[in-house]
Ligand binder design. Sequence first.
Ligand code: NAP
Length: 280
Amino acid sequence: MATKHCYIFNTLKQGFRSNYLISRNMSSQPKLAGKVAVVTASTEGIGFAIAKRLATDGAKVVISSRKEKNVSSAVEELTQLGLDVTGTVCHVGKSEDRQKMISTAVDKYGGLDILVSNAAVNPFFGRALDCPEEMWDKIFDINVKTAFLLFKECAPLMEERGGGSAIFISSIGGFQPIPFLGPYSVSKTALLGLTKCLAAETAADNIRVNCVAPGLVKTKFASALTDNEDIADRALENIPLNRFGVPDDIGGIVSFLASSDAAYITGENIVVAGGTQSRL
Ligand code: NAP
């Protein structure tokens, strides 16, 4: 009797295991096949690398940023690589632009599964106490409020598809404020909390919300730090891998978080910073 039970158990176990392997690992489909993504601020830098990686992994991607010519050239570059992308102008601070970006995903690709909220500004450099109110407002409007509004606008569409994945792009500065970038850093700390708040509220709808916090990545945004030899040398002392990040370092982790390989991950803040110490 015991042998019979053992046989049945092993047969069931093997059946489950092979179905699991077929569905999770052995599929010939790219891991984001059938998924639709919108990525803000994706015509250059980190956003562009994320859009490219999502599309390479099989997603259909809506590229966006403020300037039409940047959108056209990013779309052209990725289309020439054979990737399925489209583009729309979207200043994330403008409600009508956000709506247009989201409807582009729905009209052209039939729905929305993945949101990457990547846009951010930093108009102020100096002591936080010297930050004028209008700059403080701009930083928190674009970096935090807009990320929240975008999620709020996208979540119902994800729900319609039976779930989805949102990824906020924070910063290592969200864990440890970067000197002279206090207000920007605090806005990035807010994203860490927003991630946990929204993840808890939408888990029941199978919507996962995670956050990626890059260290110093070589882009236009960070060029004042990475291109200044003195600052760069000092910054590298705190990076065990002894190099600045490149945008592709961020694309891979975002694609992983968007995929079913991360099906059991939500509410997490993941630092991608070459080993730089992060604490909160
Ligand atoms: P970047 O290379 O300067 O790229 C900026 C992109 O944002 C461009 O496509 C730009 O295109 C678009 N953009 C700017 N303002 C926008 C707005 N209001 N609405 C929509 N698009 C806008 O910047 P990045 O370094 O890749 O930074 C991307 C994200 O990573 C930001 O959230 C940043 O805080 C974060 N981050 C960066 C680093 C780093 O070291 N680079 C480190 C930590 C975190 P248009 O001019 O056409 O709008």
